[in-house]
Ligand binder design. Structure first.
Ligand SMILES: [Zn+2]
Length: 185
């Protein structure tokens, strides 16, 4: 008995022949019973970047749903043929104007992202960057505003996505703050 998972409530027709008889295998893929067309809805890779400078973490205020008005980390979906590190550099530049020197891999967490009635499953790859000086910056793209938030004043409830909320909490618990520029050896 074919069934459509809740995550794909709005996927009702085969994209090739428009038949409505689709056999779902978990939430990840279906096969059209009329023409055999098979579509995989794979997990999408996304990047979030924790940027810290002098004990403050950079957050953006989301311009759009999901999570409009809530805090987010700079980042976004990884493009085809792009590494997570390249994605971090590109997304941070697009959304903040800051040219980060790359990023260090920190952790990954699954997330789901509801956009125009389709729920996308993502794997959020969290990278970290520590800066000695506050850079010039300008909110753009998905972010309406940028805020440097003191570690002590980060309110996890204001972070839009549970995955990034968890990542920020784990970062603050495991990484001591850099309060001033590290002297050169
Ligand atoms: Zn079909």
């Amino acid at each position: 008995m074919p069934h459509r998972p809740a995550e794909a409530e709005h996927i009702r027709h085969c994209p090739r022949c428009a038949a409505t008889s689709l056999s779902w295998h978990s939430t990840k893929n279906f096969r059209c019973n009329a023409c055999g067309f098979t579509l995989f809805l794979n997990v999408a890779a996304a990047v979030g970047v924790i940027i810290e400078c002098r004990g403050k973490i950079l957050f953006g205020v989301r311009r759009n749903d999901p999570g409009k008005g809530m805090l987010d980390l700079p980042g976004g979906f990884v493009d085809p043929e792009e590494t997570a590190e390249e994605c971090a550099v590109r997304e941070v530049l697009e959304e903040t104007g800051i040219r980060i020197p790359g990023g260090s891999y920190f952790m990954s967490l699954p997330n789901s992202y509801l956009f125009r009635q389709i729920t996308y499953s993502t794997l959020d790859l969290v990278l970290t960057v520590r800066l000695d000086e506050f850079p010039a910056m300008q909110a753009a793209d998905d972010l309406a505003e940028l805020l440097w938030v003191d570690r002590d004043e980060v309110d996890p409830e204001k972070i839009a996505f549970p995955s990034l909320r968890e990542a920020v909490l784990r970062y603050m618990a495991s990484m001591p703050p850099v309060l001033q520029a590290v002297p050169s050896p």
